[in-house]
Design a protein around this ligand. Structure first.
Ligand SMILES: Nc1ncnc2c1ncn2[C@@H]1O[C@H](COP(=O)(O)O)[C@@H](OP(=O)(O)O)[C@H]1O
Ligand SMILES: [Mg+2]
Length: 276
């Protein structure tokens, strides 16, 4: 009940932030700088951040927020939060700057360590993807709302794999078991690629390299409610708000969970940045 009451105001907040991103994208009226991790941030990310923070503080003044673009409070202070908002005001800043249009607003509510509500807004297509735990995943384009489900992959056919526009393909090919043939769909933004899996247009999304918990929070619940999973490279679930860092390990978004994924994709031991 609590989650369903939050859904419409959160969709409205994502749309409002997305409209500002789209207006700044079209006008070109923004400045860019480099963050400490060498990823870009723009005045559009910061404007969208302010809009979402304002909306959430009116909606739920008692629920704290973790945002990619806000100060991160120390683990000791946040690790016992029963619930918090986890937001990425713009997932795909590089794409925004490179003018591909593949950027999205991402807002999640995490409860007791697990994303329970997720909303993604893609301004270029005026599309919302959203889900609340236990109630299915949906895609909304203007007033048309459809329930989304992952693809049922036919054994022995080519896998459809979503990949980053900005990363080399070879490390992804190297992860596939040698006999597995694949077609690749290049798209910007972690959230939008995960939504491709949720709506059945890709069978999986392989992500190597840096991302943050804010990149997977909202899509975690959308993908799971559509029938898929987000797993690390040892096929274990991702965790939230349990470490000093919010850096994610490499991960895979899978559609049909009954496929023998370890027979298609090699598991890899990674150095999780466990600092606690
Ligand atoms: N050098 C880097 N350091 C940290 N995160 C990075 C990064 N390069 C990409 N990312 C993460 O990957 C996301 C973009 O994914 P993609 O490459 O699929 O478009 C970025 O989202 P942001 O745009 O929100 O920063 C960011 O979280
Ligand atoms: Mg971002």
């Amino acid at each position: 009940m609590f989650l369903s009451k939050l859904l419409e105001p959160v969709k409205a907040a994502a749309r409002e932030a997305g409209a500002t991103l789209w207006q700044m994208y079209q006008s070109g009226d923004f400045q860019q700088q480099q963050k400490a991790d060498q990823s870009p941030v723009t005045t559009a990310d910061l404007a969208a951040n302010r809009i979402i923070l304002n909306c959430l503080s009116e909606l739920t003044p008692d629920i704290p927020v973790i945002s990619e673009e806000s100060y991160l409070v120390p683990l000791a202070q946040r690790q016992d939060w029963p619930r918090y908002w986890l937001i990425d005001p713009m997932d795909g800043t590089q794409e925004f700057v490179a003018r591909s249009g593949d950027f999205a607003v991402s807002i999640a509510l995490v409860e007791r360590g697990w994303p329970a509500l997720g909303v993604i807004y893609w301004p270029k297509e005026d599309v919302l993807y959203y889900a609340t735990r236990g109630h299915g995943a949906f895609k909304q384009q203007r007033n048309l709302i459809n329930r989304i489900k992952v693809n049922q992959h036919q054994a022995g056919t080519r896998l459809k794999i979503a990949i980053s526009r900005r990363q080399p393909l070879q490390p992804i090919i190297d992860l596939l078991q040698t006999e597995q043939a694949a077609d690749y769909i290049a798209l910007g933004s972690c959230s939008l690629k995960s939504c491709l899996v949720a709506e059945g247009k890709a069978d999986c999304y392989l992500r190597l390299g840096p991302t943050g918990e804010w990149d997977t929070g909202a899509v975690h619940v959308i993908v799971e409610e559509a029938g898929g999973k987000i797993l690390d490279s040892e096929f274990m679930p991702l965790s939230y708000n349990q470490r000093d860092t919010l850096a994610n390990p490499d991960f895979i978004v899978i559609g049909q969970t009954s496929l023998a994924w370890p027979e298609l994709i090699k598991a890899r031991r990674t150095e999780r940045q466990l600092t606690t």
